[in-house]
Design a protein around this ligand. Structure first.
Ligand code: CA
Length: 222
């Protein structure tokens, strides 16, 4: 996930670039409000962390500039104090979330991840493969427009497969997604779940194919 950080406090920015970097975020840093728009034009970011007190162009102005340009990027605002007035004015200005300084980096990460997930969910609420579709906000599968009832584990396997249609997933990958919090689950557990899913998809123009040595793949067709 690629993040743009607009912050003029060098110590804080350096620490954030490093701390977020250790947790899988790639962070680019600018220290002047005028640089934000330019950076967003040059690179595709997943979110912006915006300090309100910025030289060049103040954070409030950066925000209204972005929203006027219909820039949908999720924006998390950093405020110097936890002030209700500031929160309200930022919300009206189009901020998606806030964090008052000083903050804990784990809270920043959690909020960023939630913002990005929400933004992506709006872009891609549905996955489909032939007559099978999955609505990720409702967490509901439909087969030929009828709700498909699945156990939680069948649901988890099928969700992993439909998010990568036409692409094989190995038993190991499926195990990690379905039984992530359990130890010592045998690969046969996945075989059993695949067998049950095949039964549920019987007579529909979508199927789970076995690719020897590679894993399972969802594909449309008889
Ligand atoms: Ca500042």
């Amino acid at each position: 996930m690629r993040i743009l950080l607009a912050e003029d406090e060098a110590d804080l920015a350096t620490w954030l670039v490093k701390a977020l970097g250790q947790n899988g975020f790639q962070v680019d840093w600018v220290d002047d409000g005028r640089m934000v728009r330019r950076s967003l034009k040059a690179t595709r970011y997943d979110a912006l962390i915006l300090d309100l007190g910025l030289p060049g162009l103040d954070g409030h102005d950066v925000l209204s500039d972005l929203r006027e340009a219909d820039q949908r990027l999720p924006v998390l605002v950093l405020t110097a104090r936890d002030s209700l007035n500031e929160r309200v004015s930022c919300l009206h200005g189009g901020a998606d979330d806030f964090l008052a300084k000083p903050f804990d980096v784990s809270e920043l990460e959690a909020r960023l991840t939630a913002l990005i997930r929400r933004a992506r969910g709006q872009e891609h609420p549905r996955f489909s493969c032939g007559p099978l579709s999955y609505d990720s906000s409702a967490k509901q599968f439909r087969l030929q427009h009828e709700p498909l009832s699945l156990t939680p584990r069948e649901h988890a396997v099928l969700r992993a497969l439909i998010q990568h249609p036409g692409e094989p997933l190995s038993k190991r990958e499926l195990l990690d997604r379905v039984f992530s919090d359990e130890q010592d689950v045998s690969p046969e557990a996945i075989e059993v779940l695949i067998h049950r899913i095949r039964k549920r998809l019987e007579n529909a123009a979508v199927r789970v194919t076995t690719l020897r040595g590679l894993g399972y793949m969802l594909e449309a067709g008889e």
